[in-house]
Design a protein around this ligand. Structure first.
Ligand code: FRU
Length: 560
């Protein structure tokens, strides 16, 4: 196909009308205005994206007032795909997107100054039909664009709400919003409008939602209150991370930001991912936050005024990277696969990046007690000298947090099914990243020690989504396809390990960190393996969740 490139320099004196209602004005070789007349009626401005292009800094201006800043990899060489910029909210206003293009000279053999301006267009529709062979069928994915951590998950009146770190302007990390999806069965997901968008305090990083039954925060009884990190990147200074609130009085459909934001600040660069919860014993709120490589614990009567209670973890567990996305909850102890009434322990989930057991990001956990003020582990020796316990030993299981208010007091969690080592490079385009299936947490005891198990949530039982193998001794199961791709699951009863090998399974070329074995220690002999395969992922549950490995795969055709 003939490549048709427009040189901005050559256009310096003219405008390029894509329609009577849109003009592109070039201000310099690396600077242009996309101007949309107040009379324009289209629903979207479609922006052409090239993933290799550097991010253009775009200021969105309506009637001369700055509305927001966004970063978009505007296509310079070729168009990989489009993203829609919604025009609805600017209807009747003169809209200007001023783009600083950060021209990529290295990539263009010195030509530079080429941007695919002719590909910017107005449209009434944006095609979201699936174009990806690797899109899973029953795992949650964003309709288009980038997704990382699950955020603010809660359950209310029969519906699971999943919010997530979302870039609506490209399938790589950036422009963090809270995307939103809902489901009644954890299998079929409905895409909802963006729930929380960036503001003057920053982009919207990870956080959590609570159900404020008594209206302690002053937003009304049964308000859903979201607490999240506002991340404000200041060039030359780095991120300023503060904690903000938004609330919903319509069950999570729409959120209003609290005018007193931020509600919590600290003199530390990495201070984020707030996770508040109601403590019935204290009759107050508790909050766990990650701060560098430790957790900080707080209490509050109203979700707004926070008192620091204690810190946890500087000398315990894995410290290969920053601590992120904490969760703290009481998890039931199971004996012989059955819940023992009333028996439970506190578990602290701590996501860490890098430093995971298979490299990169992973979820570690600590078992102990929490009295509303301080979290203490049962047995420090299990976490000394860099020792750590991991919820999932696969390579693609991160940012795990639980649903608030899950039915029957279940501790139901979801993870982001990727790894920061290569998340931006995996071979999908229309969307990037899926969530794991939901799992219900439990503790089980082996030789006097409690371990965290993750059982597929009961919503998946009997739906024909999984394969179950009864095993007796060392076993290798090979998942394969007609093209000869192989994913091996190896149980070694002598070594007491469960290993996943994806090194010969389809596309592994996009990162040297991808074709790597993940190995889990097995604490008690395995008698069953339960496997969920969904186009681009394999989740393996030994003894229905006592040992778990979650891994991505990109085979030539689906594995069987
Ligand atoms: C974890 C994380 C969080 C942060 C978010 C930003 O993957 O780094 O700590 O809030 O992603 O998108």
């Amino acid at each position: 196909m003939k490549r048709f490139l427009i040189s901005l320099t050559a256009l310096a004196t003219m405008s390029l009308p894509s329609s009577a209602q849109m003009k592109i004005e070039t201000l310099a070789h690396d600077h242009c205005n996309i101007r949309i007349a107040s009379t324009e009626k289209s629903k979207y401005l479609l922006l052409p994206i090239e993933e290799k292009a550097p991010e253009a800094d775009i200021r969105v201006i309506a009637n001369n007032d700055l509305q927001r800043n966004i970063k978009v990899r505007l296509a310079q060489g070729k168009v990989d795909y489009y993203v829609p910029f919604l025009l609805d909210e600017f209807r009747g206003k003169e809209l200007v997107l001023t783009a600083m293009l950060n021209i990529d000279r290295t990539n263009r053999g010195g030509v530079g100054s080429e941007v695919r301006l002719k590909d910017i267009k107005l449209s009434d529709s944006f095609d979201v039909s699936n174009k990806e062979k690797f899109r899973p069928a029953y795992h949650h994915t964003p309709e288009y664009g980038w997704m990382n951590d699950p955020n603010g998950m809660f359950y209310l009146d029969g519906t699971y709400h999943l919010f997530y770190q979302y870039n609506p302007y490209g399938s790589m990390w950036g422009n963090m919003n809270w995307g939103h999806s809902t489901s009644t069965d954890l299998i079929n997901w409905k895409h909802e409008p963006i729930a929380i968008a960036p503001d003057a305090h920053g982009t919207i990083f990870s956080g959590s939602c609570v159900l404020d039954k008594e209206g302690t925060a002053g937003f009304g009884k049964n308000a859903i209150v979201a607490m999240y990190t506002s991340a404000n990147f200041v060039p030359g200074r780095g991120d300023i991370q503060t904690q903000s609130l938004a609330y919903s009085t319509d069950g999570g459909k729409t959120f209003t930001k609290y005018n007193g934001n931020p509600v919590l600040t600290a003199e530390i660069a990495d201070f984020r991912d707030p996770n508040p919860f109601w403590n019935e014993d204290l009759k107050a709120w508790n909050l766990i936050m990650s701060a560098g490589q430790e957790m900080r614990l707080y209490s509050s009567p109203d979700l707004k005024e926070w008192k620091e209670e204690s810190r946890f973890g500087l000398n315990l567990g894995g410290h290969g990277g920053v601590w992120e996305c904490p969760d703290l909850m009481k998890v039931p102890v199971m004996v012989n696969g059955k819940y023992v009434n009333g028996k439970s322990k506190w578990v602290l989930l701590c996501n860490i990046n890098p430093g995971g057991p298979a490299g990169g990001s992973a979820t570690q956990y600590f078992v102990g007690d929490f009295d509303g003020h301080k979290f203490t582990v049962d047995d420090e020796s299990r976490y000394k000298d860099g020792k750590a316990l991991w919820q999932d030993y696969g390579k693609d299981h991160y940012a795990t947090v639980s649903f608030y208010n899950a039915p029957n007091n279940r501790k139901t969690v979801l993870a982001w099914m990727s790894n920061w080592e290569y998340a931006n490079d995996v071979p999908t385009r229309q969307f990037r990243s899926a969530n794991s299936i939901a799992r219900d947490l439990f503790l089980y005891e082996v030789k006097g020690k409690l371990y965290l198990g993750s059982r597929p949530s009961p919503e998946y039982d009997g739906k024909g989504l999984d394969k179950t193998y009864k095993i007796n001794g060392s076993t290798t199961i090979t998942l394969s396809n007609a093209e000869g791709d192989e994913f091996k699951i190896i149980y070694d009863q002598k070594a007491m390990t469960l290993t996943c090998d994806r090194s010969k399974c389809g596309d592994v070329s996009f990162s040297q960190n991808f074709p790597i074995n993940s190995v889990a220690p097995v604490h008690r002999r395995l008698t069953s393996l339960r496997i969920f395969i969904d186009n681009s992922s394999v989740e393996v549950f030994g003894n229905n969740g006592e040992v778990v490995l979650t891994n991505l795969v990109f085979p030539k055709s689906p594995l069987k």
